[in-house]
Design a binder for this molecule. Structure first.
Ligand code: HEM
Ligand code: 2DC
Length: 469
């Protein structure tokens, strides 16, 4: 017989005291490490309450399987109140990220076809390949200008631009021009607003935004300013395409991008389309760029692995005779590298669901409606789950039998990352071009850790050196 909910170990009796202790530990930036420590203290399941945020935390792949079996027909994540509060405050519609229930489902089903279905890859790949080629050309130019036959830099800004250019070209079917020397200051502002939006969200996970708004807290004001900047820029892009569509006469054969496809399909309201496209544009910048930065960092630390990947890419290029869509089917180790990056450096510290039915995990009863979190960062580093977890080893993902509920960087099931296909393709194409053109090196002895700013980011600049092959 299962033990009762009230006996799950952990600190869940006094949310305010726990918030104070959390704050003393600089928990706003250390959430991932605190979770790891909690699993070490309490074991594979613990209950927690920080401020008004209450959850049950799990770490084992088998338990993740139970969790996702109980997610129900309308899977629901932790409600990020800062994001819903902003929309309520400004009277903006929720997109697929924030919707729930039947409304979420109808929107998501239609979006799935246009954004995450494998069929769309043939449309996305040529667009993303162009951006990849332009990125490489830009790096070659920087190397020439340096006069040293190499380029040493913190690539994060360049990668933000690459990611925004990539996701925009897929969403709008046209280029923003961010791989050029002079870029639209509005685009740069958009990038800065996303970073600020994430940074200001994390304190509001624990302190209700409504309260912060009432007292006129700076974090709320900054948050509003950030989303305003994001929505204004997305609105400009969307209006632009909308205008073009109305002026266009005949139907051209060329793929017009996700936004135009959704408008032409006419199955969602324009307001719903705008809300979700804005979220896709905002969700497509820091996520892939940081994952690519971590991947380059790991490749710089593992020169032999880098050569193995380069050999795989060269063989794939030869076998596919330059057909990129075909080439992407021949690079399992590159795909393993991306999974390995997300294992050690996940974007999302946890996956969460409000469970739809009662479940039993680790022999504890958990009632329906409870917020259950899978500690993704902690699981990726658990020696009981991954053999020698501290080692970056893409080849571990080549053995499919060991992947059961272990590769969860994009979430799971019908509520998983909607941008997953775009993200994966964009990152694979980036690595292909980089491996074909440059050797990646790093400075000695800089150990970079993660810091939590809603998503996990490197805690210091990652300085890399790119040398032409
Ligand atoms: C949701 C990770 C890139 C848009 C999510 C979730 C995760 C995630 C873990 C929650 C899934 C769940 O609860 O099961 C990542 C990672 C990325 C990435 C690791 C890149 C390395 C992107 C990109 C876009 C995007 C490029 C946009 C083009 C979204 C959206 C949702 C989402 C809209 C909400 C989906 C829904 O609620 O139905 N992502 N993401 N993500 N992501 Fe991503
Ligand atoms: C953050 O405790 C930690 O993909 C919290 O592209 C629980 C939590 C809830 C929702 C998660 C969030 C964490 C991390 C960032 C995620 C988000 C859901 C979607 C979002 C994982 C784990 C992200 C980055 C989206 C963002 C799109 C948006 C900005 C328009």
């Amino acid at each position: 017989i299962a033990r009762p909910f009230s006996e799950i170990p952990g600190l869940w009796k006094n949310g305010v005291v726990n918030l104070y202790n959390f704050w003393k530990l600089d928990g706003f930036r250390n959430l991932h490490r605190i979770m790891l420590q909690n699993f070490n203290t309490f074991g594979p399941i613990y209950r927690e309450k920080i401020g008004y945020y209450e959850s049950v935390n799990i770490i084992k792949p088998e338990d993740a399987a139970i969790l996702f079996k109980a997610e129900g027909h309308y899977p629901k994540r932790l409600k990020v109140e800062a994001w819903t509060s902003y929309r309520d405050y400004r009277n903006r519609k929720y997109g697929v990220l924030l919707k729930n229930g039947e409304d979420w489902r109808t929107n998501r089903v239609i979006l799935n076809k246009e954004v995450i279905s494998l069929k769309m890859l043939e449309n996305f790949v040529p667009l993303l390949d162009d951006v990849g080629l332009d990125f490489v050309a830009r790096v070659h130019k920087k190397i020439k200008r340096s006069g040293q036959n190499k380029w040493t830099t913190d690539l994060s800004q360049e990668l933000f631009k690459y990611a925004l250019e990539s996701v925009s070209s897929v969403l709008y079917g046209e280029r923003l021009g961010l791989m050029l020397d002079y870029i639209d200051p509005e685009a740069q502002r958009f990038i800065d607003c996303i970073t600020l939006m994430f940074k200001t969200t994390s304190p509001m996970l624990y302190i209700p935004p409504a309260l912060l708004r009432q007292v006129g807290a700076k974090v709320w004001r900054d948050h509003v300013e950030a989303w305003d900047g994001i929505f204004n820029q997305a609105d400009r892009c969307i209006q632009n395409i909308y205008r073009q569509l109305r002026q266009e006469t005949g139907t051209s054969k060329e793929y017009p991008g996700v936004l135009a496809s959704l408008l032409l399909l006419d199955r969602l309201s324009i307001e719903d389309i705008k809300a979700s496209v804005t979220e896709l544009m905002a969700g497509g910048v820091d996520t892939t760029s940081i994952t690519l930065l971590w991947t380059l960092y790991e490749l710089a630390r593992h020169p032999n692995l880098q050569e193995d990947l380069r050999a795989e890419v060269a063989a794939a290029r030869a076998a596919s005779q330059g057909d990129m869509l075909d080439m992407l089917k021949r690079i399992p180790l590159v795909k393993g590298a991306l999974k390995e990056t997300l294992r050690l450096h996940p974007v999302a510290v946890s996956l969460q669901r409000y469970i739809a039915e009662d479940i039993i995990i680790q022999n504890y009863h958990i009632p329906a409606g409870t917020l259950v979190q899978l500690g993704l960062y902690a699981m990726g580093r658990d020696p009981k789950v991954f053999f020698r977890p501290e080692q970056y080893q893409p080849s571990r993902w080549l053995r499919t039998e060991t992947q059961y509920f272990r590769s969860l960087g994009f979430g799971f099931g019908p509520r998983q990352c909607l941008g997953r296909r775009i993200a994966e393709t964009e990152m694979q194409i980036f690595l292909i071009h980089m491996l074909e053109n440059f050797r990646i090196e790093k400075q000695r002895n800089v150990d970079v850790q993660s810091t939590f700013e809603l998503i996990l980011l490197p805690d210091k600049p990652v300085i890399l050196t790119l040398k032409p092959l």
